[in-house]
Design a binder for this molecule. Structure first.
Ligand code: AMP
Ligand code: ZN
Length: 493
């Protein structure tokens, strides 16, 4: 099956296939590692993950490059304030970013490219632009891109820049949304500021040139798909196109994939608005990593998604129902024979609809609906006693495809909650955890097992007061006990 995807550049839905016949080459703009990411950022990374998982499920190999912006104004400022080099400031946030990706079950890209490790490539690219008079140096020693020299400027964002004023400049990476001005390629250092000594003079790279240089370094001058959140379309991606195509005289990325915003009360979730949650904020409140992943991928990438706690609660319930269903299928001794045809057909129809929805511009909402329908049908058949091994096998096969994309069926949630708690404890931020979540930190799995063993012993010696006290203590710490014929089972609340 081939995926069809909306391309911002052509404004049309197009088939996506590797142009070299081997692997689909993707460049996705990565994080600026000056702080923890918020779940809006992760909505974008999750949809890129969904895209690569879908391609892989359809049998397409992927070569996915992601940059790490480990130098910019904020990083330089924060590192200077902490009195440490930028190389000691950013690794902590880079590590946190990958931990958050792991908690959200996001596959890592094949190549991680740090800006600070590609300064030479950026300098060469700027030199190439300068040779064509498309980059010029200003009095303070900074270098700018001359957008009047690139007539196609605006082709991605569909903005009309026909009245471009040659030489009007913007020296920060913050553009206003409707004007086009020459942008910084290389920034001269302010007194005492961190910089590199290069043939261009002392300084540091602008944000846009980073991505052009690193994308072309790993994927070639022309590659298949470039991804990012909708705010990157202009000016960041427009500027990447201008720099890269001016340098190579070839088309840069063929396909542009933009993920629309996660909103809070109708406004973009962002650091500057102060209306954001990090993944760790939510884990410490007791929300599960799986439910957060399921929520952020629930609405297709071309629609904005409004974040609410009710929505997150509903996704928690949805994940729970799917897991209960999955466990029921796996753990029941189903009869050998039955009339399996109807359920096998339902499973194969659901699989077909699931794959077709993904192939149709990554329609996650329809893909999920196909699976929820199947769950209802199969649960009803199970209640009526009409399932058997072969029908269950067909359903499990469809669920396996579902879970390669959404990855919520295996329960790793308590691991990530404990991870967030241990992190909060190290950072002195345990007061941010809800009391129920905090209760968990005092008990590891082996401590729970030891208390259960003590309770068993108390019961054997008919010391029921002690046995009850242990049950109560565990309950207060969020551990539920279930006595069964096979012994005592426990689970975290
Ligand atoms: P940044 O670290 O700010 O460069 O952002 C990393 C990625 O998250 C970029 O692709 C942004 O476009 C994206 N992004 C930022 N805010 C949001 C949001 N509220 N919803 C979805 N994506 C976002
Ligand atoms: Zn970028």
């Amino acid at each position: 099956m081939t995926i069809r995807l909306y391309n911002t550049l052509s404004n049309a839905i197009e088939e996506l296939q590797p142009s070299d016949g081997e692997a689909l080459r993707i460049y996705a703009c990565g994080p600026t590692v000056y702080d923890y990411g918020h779940i809006g950022n992760f909505r974008t990374f999750l949809h890129v993950d969904l895209l690569r998982r879908t391609l892989e499920l359809f049998g397409t190999k992927v070569k996915h490059v992601m940059n790490i912006t480990d130098v910019d104004d904020k990083i330089i400022r924060n590192a200077a304030a902490a009195n440490i080099p930028i190389g000691e400031y950013t690794p902590r946030f880079e590590k946190a970013f990958f931990e958050d990706l792991d908690a959200l079950s996001v596959e890592h890209p094949e190549v991680i490219a740090r800006a600070t490790e590609h300064i030479d490539e950026m300098v060469k690219l700027i030199q190439c632009l300068a040779e064509q008079d498309l980059a010029y140096k200003t009095e303070d020693g900074s270098w700018y891109f001359r957008i009047a020299g690139f007539p196609a400027y605006g082709k991605l964002s569909k903005k009309d820049f026909s009245g471009i004023t040659d030489g009007a400049r913007v020296d920060v990476d913050e553009y206003d949304k409707d004007s086009a001005r020459d942008f910084a390629l290389w920034k001269a250092p302010k007194p005492g500021e961190y910089h590199w000594q290069t043939p261009l003079g002392p300084g540091r790279p602008g944000w846009h040139i980073e991505c052009s240089a690193m994308a072309m370094e790993y994927l070639g001058d022309n590659f298949d798909l470039h991804a990012g959140g909708e705010d990157l379309m202009f000016p960041h991606h427009e500027n990447e196109i201008a720099q890269s195509e001016s340098a190579t005289h070839k088309p840069f990325a063929r396909h542009w994939f933009h993920v629309r915003f996660l909103l809070v009360e109708g406004r973009k979730m962002s650091k500057s608005e102060g209306n954001f949650y990090t993944l760790r904020d939510l884990l410490l409140k007791g929300y599960k990593a799986s439910a957060i992943r399921f929520l952020l991928t629930s609405v297709p990438y071309r629609q904005q998604l409004n974040f609410t706690f009710e929505g997150l609660g509903a996704e928690t319930g949805a994940v729970e129902r799917l897991r209960t269903f999955y466990q029921r299928l796996k753990n029941t001794q189903w009869p050998e024979n039955c009339n399996a045809t109807a359920i096998q057909e339902a499973a194969s129809t659901a699989k077909g609809k699931f794959l077709a929805a993904l192939a149709n511009d990554l329609n996650t909402a329809e893909a999920r609906a196909a699976i929820f329908d199947l769950v209802r049908t199969v649960n009803a058949a199970a209640d009526a006693g009409s399932l058997c091994r072969s029908s269950v096998a067909a359903v499990l096969d469809t669920l396996a495809d579902f879970d390669r994309i959404f990855t919520v069926l295996e329960d790793n949630d308590s691991h990530w909650t404990r991870f967030a708690l241990e992190w909060a404890e190290k950072e002195g931020r345990l007061d941010e955890a809800s009391p129920e979540v905090r209760a968990q930190i005092s008990l590891s799995d082996s401590q729970i097992d030891a208390l259960i063993e003590e309770r068993n012993q108390a019961r054997r010696t008919r010391n029921f007061a002690r046995a009850d006290a242990i049950r109560k203590e565990l309950l207060e710490k969020g551990i539920l006990l279930e006595d069964s014929k096979e012994g005592v089972r426990w689970k975290r609340k």
